[in-house]
Write a protein that binds this ligand. Structure first.
Ligand code: GCO
Length: 460
């Protein structure tokens, strides 16, 4: 089975991780501008004040996207660059930046995909309670309306939220991401509910103010689950694990079903309603109508997964990774099977066309004396993962794949220590160098993935 003829091959970034110009041209403060200034929060005190300088270098970056042959580019809007206070007055310089970026992409035959919210809430809104404020859905609705009014004449693909599991969980439970809080569990469930309502409100505003028919999606994350063997029992064990909730309530946000069942099925999972009952706010029926506003596509940021077998008592049990299991530079396990079984299980449950909105690995990349950046590990990683995704194409309506990331960038609490890009960024000079993997990816795009299948057997 091959990828569909109209399958889209792209790469992804986010505003705070690449733009820099954190206080230029009228941009307001956001959560990460403030959080990264706090001592000890970010490795070596790195911040996104400069990042990859994309705000000024975007034309060069679009030319590099063209050289790689990208068909699409997924980027996020810096909310405080457009609305410095989060609501109200529009910063026209911010609108001009995104206008110019969108125009440059279209001039180069690259389809823009906009993510409305990739973690960088304006600080003024945080000061008004952030996601705990019942007005937060309307706040995101306002950003969605602005995006529709100003950009949807040229942009027809929008994702509302990127990884609510992270911006609620890491930002407000563990506190390793901005705003760095460890809130009461009950508050985090109310924040999550407001974030899901914000997703629904954004869908409504995009539909109402869109200048053309729009393809609207939602981009949560997860770690997938895959079976030890392809026996029906092990497959069922993996399927159950894929949608189960974490055992530790303090890690509750790291799951698929609590975040996607309401959006695509119109209700929270029963397991969660009973498990989390002590922490749940009152829900209004109208909330679920809003949260499940129809979307056109589903998406997932998918990097790896857990291996399961069906245990003797008929319960799924984790198959522990052997010593020395392959891993990436930042310690994530290399599990290509996740990109077959994850899309398979997600498509079975939600029956929606699916984008992989992020996948990739961090490598210890460096420029060698020949002036190049050889990243064979990334080429091998992507070959293995994309072969599995190609297998999923027979069972899921796969629409596209966005490599994380276009370029090395600010990796949140890890600062600039992890390189995920296909383009190497020399931060002191801001010089860009296309890595070997980008040249390999150009062939993947040109052949629509057919170059992935060499003489080795298709994955089982
Ligand atoms: C995420 C975010 C990205 C990360 C990437 C590597 O998925 O955590 O969307 O901003 O940088 O995934 O961790």
């Amino acid at each position: 089975m091959a990828f569909a003829a109209n399958f889209i091959w792209g790469a992804a970034t986010s505003a705070y991780q690449i733009e820099g110009a954190a206080a230029e041209d009228g941009k307001g403060l956001n959560l990460w501008d403030v959080y990264t200034r706090e001592p000890g929060r970010i490795l070596d005190g790195h911040t996104g004040e400069t990042a990859c300088g994309h705000y000024r270098r975007f034309r060069e970056d679009v030319r590099l996207m063209k050289e790689i042959g990208l068909q699409a580019y997924r980027f996020s809007l810096s909310w405080a660059r457009l609305l410095p206070d989060g609501v109200g007055k529009v910063n026209e310089a911010g609108v001009r930046f995104y206008d110019a970026l969108i125009d440059a992409l279209l001039e180069n035959g690259i389809e823009p995909y906009i993510t409305l919210y990739h973690w960088d809430m304006p600080y003024e809104l945080y000061k008004r309670g952030g996601w705990l404020n019942p007005g937060s859905p309307e706040w995101l609705g306002g950003l969605a309306r602005l995006a529709a009014e100003r950009f949807s004449d040229r942009v027809s693909h929008f994702f509302t939220l990127n990884e609510p599991q992270c911006f609620i969980g890491l930002g407000h439970l563990t506190g390793i991401h901005a705003p760095g809080l460890q809130c009461p569990l009950r508050d985090t469930f109310e924040m999550a509910h407001n974030a899901l309502k914000a997703h629904g409100r954004a869908v409504q505003m995009l539909r109402q103010y869109g200048k053309q028919p729009l393809e609207i999606g939602y981009a949560p994350t997860c770690s997938a689950a895959y079976p030890e063997t392809e026996t029906p029992a092990d497959i069922e064990a993996a399927r159950q694990a894929m949608f189960a909730l974490p055992e530790d309530d303090r890690n509750w946000t790291w799951n698929v079903s609590w975040w996607s069942d309401p959006v695509l099925l119109g209700h929270y999972p029963e397991e969660g309603l009973s498990r989390f009952e002590p922490y749940l706010p009152r829900f209004a029926d109208a909330d679920f109508k809003l949260i499940s506003e129809p979307i056109d596509v589903y998406a997932q940021n998918l990097y790896n997964g857990r291996c399961l077998r069906m245990g003797k008592a008929g319960k799924p049990e984790i198959v522990h990774r052997y010593p020395g299991f392959p891993k990436t530079a930042n310690g994530w396990p290399i599990t290509p099977e996740a990109l077959y079984w994850g899309p398979k299980f997600l498509s079975e449950r939600y029956r929606k066309p699916l984008y992989i909105t992020e996948n990739g690995m961090s490598c210890h990349d460096r420029k060698t004396p020949d002036g190049k950046v050889h990243d064979p590990n990334r080429i091998d990683f992507l070959t293995q993962y994309l072969r599995q995704l190609r297998r999923a194409a027979a069972e899921a309506d796969l629409r596209g794949y966005f490599h994380w990331s276009l370029m090395d960038n600010f990796e949140w609490e890890k600062g600039y220590s992890e390189r995920f890009g296909m383009i190497y960024v020399d931060y002191p000079t801001q010089e860009r160098t296309i890595k070997d993997s980008a040249r390999w990816y150009r062939e993947v795009i040109r052949t629509n993935g057919e170059n992935l299948i060499s003489n080795t057997r298709e994955p089982s």
